[in-house]
Design a protein around this ligand. Structure first.
Ligand code: SF4
Length: 239
């Protein structure tokens, strides 16, 4: 179980709000560059593989250029033509074409074409169960979808970079991904108001920082705007 951390924890010398302000001064205001509607996000997510931002965006653009994002129209799309368009988003386009067909079919048949509306009608844990029933979506993906769709102000953490928060505030991240993710969620839960704007802002800044500077395998502390207050570098200096 994740250890409960709060702003007053002796290991937690830096307030997340202050650290995010430094990141925002460095990167500027961030906006989501992916579709925030739940169905459209799932379409974007399945348009690329490996599912990086760049590959998903390339596949998504090709699908929208050649076909449409409308689920009814995608159901009518020729499988081979859809797979050919999805080559823009990376490998295994045939598998992704099948997944997109299945996604479109489920959204039309199970959710009347309105996945967002269906999610709003139910509560947790049913919302999460629905989202996790789609391929490639686990808890971090469900948290992100619910937060950015304005359905639930979850303590979402960028799935590719829970290490960022732990290094900044606790000093290091462990080897267990699930534990790191939950601990990072606890920090957000404790320090960021449960409102859409502040939690989306935190997610976007942490994602940008993890993508560009505080990378998983090799953090670039020498160019980091948080080098001074970061608990990770405090630990290095204390050795
Ligand atoms: S100083 Fe290093 S560990 Fe700390 S946030 Fe920056 S890159 Fe990450």
């Amino acid at each position: 179980m994740a250890r409960h951390l709060s702003k007053n924890d002796p290991q937690c010398n830096n307030g997340l709000v202050e650290l995010l302000a430094i990141l925002e001064r460095h990167y500027g205001e961030q906006r989501p560059f992916w579709p925030t509607d739940p169905y459209l996000f799932l379409l974007w997510w399945n348009s690329g593989y490996p599912a990086s931002d760049a590959e998903c965006s390339k596949g998504w653009e090709a699908v929208n250029r050649e076909f449409s994002s409308d689920p009814e129209m995608l159901l009518e799309a020729d499988n081979r033509r859809l797979a050919a368009a999805l080559k823009a988003g990376g490998i295994i386009p045939e598998v992704r074409a099948e997944r997109i067909k299945e996604l479109a079919s489920r959204v039309v048949e199970e959710f009347g074409g309105d996945l967002a509306g269906a999610l709003k009608k139910v509560r947790e844990p049913q919302r999460r169960r629905i989202l996790k029933s789609f391929p490639g979506i686990s808890d971090p993906g469900a948290d992100r979808i619910l937060l950015f769709a304005g359905i639930s102000a979850t303590a979402a953490v960028p799935s590719s970079s829970p290490q960022v928060l732990l290094r900044m505030i606790v000093g290091s991240a462990g080897d267990n991904y699930s534990r790191n993710y939950r601990q990072a969620q606890t920090i957000i839960g404790d320090q960021i108001a449960p409102e859409y704007g502040p939690r989306q802002r935190a997610f976007l800044l942490l994602k940008r920082h993890g993508d560009q500077i505080c990378k998983r395998s090799a953090p670039r502390c020498n160019v980091c705007p948080l080098a001074q207050p970061c608990a990770f570098t405090h630990g290095l200096r204390g050795r």
